[in-house]
Ligand binder design. Structure first.
Ligand SMILES: Nc1ncnc2c1ncn2[C@@H]1O[C@H](COP(=O)(O)OP(=O)(O)OP(=O)(O)O)[C@@H](O)[C@H]1O
Length: 348
């Protein structure tokens, strides 16, 4: 997908000035509340009209203020999934799901409804009406309906915010796989850097109605490390769980890690929860003492980010500048990473 946007939209007290060109299959839109993300989605879908400018998708003009072009929303073939699902209240769950699908030519019906129902756990809901569904159930129906309609582009505005983590991290990889399989490009809006890292190739960052950066989600996470209260979130896939007294012992690359929690395969570990030592601490309360090599360092505000290679696996840690000097953190330096057993958060 190639998207070229140069639009202005003014509301009282807010003005969106979006000027960018992106090419890719999975684009993220990130920014604080009120930065204009939803306004941009509405402009792309044609649900709100711009004051001026142009929007082109794969070379086709969707909007051009100067030439008086504004393609109607239903003719754009852009599906939108909002945080709060808009469903047809008079139709059953199944009829909602199949609404767009049934209107497709047979050769365009690419997604198998049965497989989709299974992943979104929709089977038990199919014959029900939609007015009494919970927020998460409604959201799953809206997601399913958008995917089945096989649109030219799908816009997702905080689509999994109402879902619990377990379902969220089951649904997101499925959606990513489905979009890839059927060549449906995605624009994904979220406050969550984790979701950005999971779902997107490139992220447009907005602040105050303006684009302030365009980079990969990984670069964005590194730049924001110092200012984010959570630091940089390492995502660790752990295997071969074993009980060890009242703790859990997992394999991670060539090492084994000791955790207080279990119940997931992927765990979060903040860069803030990894302490670095130059020499092996003889006695420490922390359960995990890993020999690591510094691969590189990077500046992130008043902190130094440290890329570590630890027995075939990677970690990002953070230290203050003074500590980086004292530890002589240069590429190739040997350090010990110390991590408490309680620092790992089960994710999915
Ligand atoms: N129809 C409207 N009329 C007046 N102001 C509006 C309208 N829609 C949005 N705004 C204003 O535009 C600004 C940007 O809103 P928008 O919903 O695009 O932000 P956002 O980045 O999506 O925020 P959030 O993450 O909270 O959803 C806000 O100040 C909002 O109040």
């Amino acid at each position: 997908m190639k998207l070229e946007v140069s639009v202005r939209k003014r509301y009282q007290g807010f003005s969106l000035n979006a000027d960018f060109a992106v090419e890719g299959r999975r684009i993220g839109v990130f920014g604080p509340s009120g930065s204009g993300k939803s306004t941009l989605m509405n402009l792309l879908a044609g649900l709100v009209s711009a004051d001026e400018g142009h929007i082109r998708l794969d070379g086709a003009t969707l909007y051009d203020g100067a030439r008086g072009i504004a393609v109607a929303p239903e003719r754009r073939r852009i599906a939108v999934v909002f945080q709060h699902a808009h469903l047809f209240p008079h139709l059953s769950v199944r009829a909602n799901l199949l609404y767009g699908y049934k209107r497709l030519a047979r050769k365009e019906r690419c997604v198998d409804p049965g497989a989709l129902y299974e992943v979104l756990n929709l089977g038990p809901l199919l014959e029900r009406g939609v007015t009494r569904l919970s927020g998460g159930e409604r959201q799953r129906v809206a997601l399913g309906r958008a995917v089945l309609a096989h649109p030219r582009l799908i816009l997702m505005d905080e689509p999994v915010t109402g879902l619990d983590d377990g379902l969220k991290y089951q649904v997101l990889p499925y959606l990513k796989k489905t979009f890839a399989e059927f060549g449906i490009p995605l624009i994904f809006v979220s406050h969550s850097l984790n979701e950005m890292r999971l779902m997107t190739e490139q992220v447009l960052e907005f602040q105050g109605g303006r684009l302030v950066s365009q980079s990969s989600a990984e670069e964005l996470a590194r730049r924001r490390m110092a200012e984010s209260p959570a630091g940089y979130i390492n995502l660790l896939r752990l295997e071969d769980r074993r009980a060890q007294e009242d703790l859990w012992n997992y394999r991670w690359g060539e090492h084994r890690l000791i955790l207080t929690s279990d119940g997931a395969q992927v765990f979060e570990l903040s860069s803030k929860d990894i302490s670095l030592f130059k020499r092996h601490p003889a006695a420490a309360s922390a359960r995990n003492i890993l020999p690591c090599r510094v691969v590189d360092t990077f500046a992130a505000g008043n902190r130094v980010g440290v890329d570590l290679a630890c027995g075939g696996a990677k970690l990002v840690s953070q230290v203050v500048h003074e500590a980086a000097r004292e530890l002589e953190l240069r590429p190739g330096a040997e350090v010990f990473a110390i991590i408490k057993a309680s620092a790992f958060r089960p994710l999915y």
